[in-house]
Design a protein around this ligand. Structure first.
Ligand code: HEM
Length: 336
């Protein structure tokens, strides 16, 4: 249980920090400018560091995960996206993975079932819930992030306006309800409940699995509070955000509302934490040799670029050297 409670307490403390810092100590500049900049710098530098570190790992062999027929004789139908042979096919495979989570779609559940006569059997069954909710969460997150561009631009670019309009297409309430606010919450709650209520998953889940979920849930909740319940001075927010993105930061207007500082502080924590966490799968998927390599080893000889000349001693030479001794010892030889 402490694996759940501990990250929850950390997130609650993170929420309390800007409330105390802004409301009690009046540190608007620190929470509105300094911390977001520092967090963003950690994010960028950390991300680059992780990518360079991974890119330095030697990949001397082609090790793509194959899940279908490889390219072979013309009368065998190749499974192009599951066993790509060309770079083009790899790109399609990668795009399907990143945009549609294809490997998760193919995920299977394994459990023991009993036949009517009591014989236990291993059963593989399709499971699409994880895929559906993971997709829902990630796409909603992306759309919300893209929509946020409106906070940093005047005038708001047409495509962002359009996305905004599309997201609030049902025109429910005022301010209008964004569908992605509901879908991201649904996705996050599913991902959390699955870890909490499936015993096998609870057993393998660590604080590092719960922490990002709690953090993102609190970012979404603080954003929704700000939009739908505790209205903030959106003009003041926009001035502040435009100052930040144009590198002409200035102290935020005091009555922006504490909830905004909570939101931006939690976002800063997420950004600073990102490069050191499992969330780096966002960058890692592109560097994964099991996904980004074409399976053409039978067609093309790949020579390890780090191979050095190895001094060999083949059997022929060995026999040449020891033939007489071998004969004396009664060991059969190839040449008399
Ligand atoms: C990980 C990044 C972020 C996430 C997941 C996130 C999430 C959200 C969500 C779910 C909302 C509710 C309304 C909506 O969907 O637009 C929201 C609102 C808001 N967010 Fe964020 N946010 C993020 C980053 C930021 C940043 C960096 C800022 C400003 C510097 C910001 C400022 C705001 C403001 C001002 C609102 C209220 C908008 C309104 O009243 O229409 N957010 N955020």
């Amino acid at each position: 249980m402490s694996r759940v409670i501990f990250p929850l307490i950390v997130v609650l403390v993170l929420i309390a920090i800007p409330i105390l810092g802004v409301k009690v100590a009046g540190l608007h500049l620190l929470f509105g400018v300094v911390i977001p900049y520092v967090a963003f710098a950690i994010f960028i530098l950390g991300f680059i560091w992780r990518v360079i570190y991974w890119a330095q790992s030697p990949v001397p062999f082609r090790i793509p995960t194959t899940a279908g027929q490889q390219r072979s004789l013309p009368w065998f139908k190749q499974s192009r996206w599951d066993n790509p042979f060309t770079t083009g096919e790899v790109i399609v495979r990668m795009a399907l993975e990143v945009l549609c989570f294809r490997s998760l779609f193919r995920n299977k559940r394994i459990d023991f079932r009993q036949l009517p006569d009591g014989t236990p059997i291993l059963r593989y069954s399709p499971t699409k819930w994880l895929w559906a909710f993971a997709l829902l969460f990630h796409w909603s997150f992306l759309i919300i992030l893209i929509r946020h561009i409106r906070l940093a631009t005047v005038p708001i670019p047409g495509p962002i306006e359009f996305l905004d309009h599309l997201d609030a297409i049902f025109e429910i309430g005022l301010p209008q309800l964004y569908l992605t606010d509901l879908t991201i919450l649904a996705g996050l709650l599913f991902l959390l409940c699955r870890r909490l209520f499936i015993p096998q998953l609870r057993y393998i889940s660590l604080p590092a699995d719960y922490f990002p979920l709690f953090l993102i849930i609190s970012i979404v909740c603080s954003g929704m509070l700000m939009r739908y319940f505790l209205r903030t001075d959106i003009v003041g927010v926009k001035e502040l955000v435009m100052g930040l993105v144009s590198f002409h930061p200035h102290a935020p207007v005091k009555d922006i509302g504490t909830i905004f500082f909570v939101h931006i502080f939690l976002v800063s924590c997420l950004f600073a934490y990102f490069p050191f966490s499992k969330l780096m799968h966002m960058g890692g998927v592109f560097l994964s040799p099991t996904r980004n390599l074409a399976n053409n080893s039978r067609y093309k000889r790949h020579i390890n670029p780090w191979n050095y000349p190895v001094k060999t001693h083949p059997y022929e030479e060995y026999e040449e050297e020891f033939r007489e001794f071998m004969k004396q010892a009664g060991i059969p030889v190839e040449k008399e």
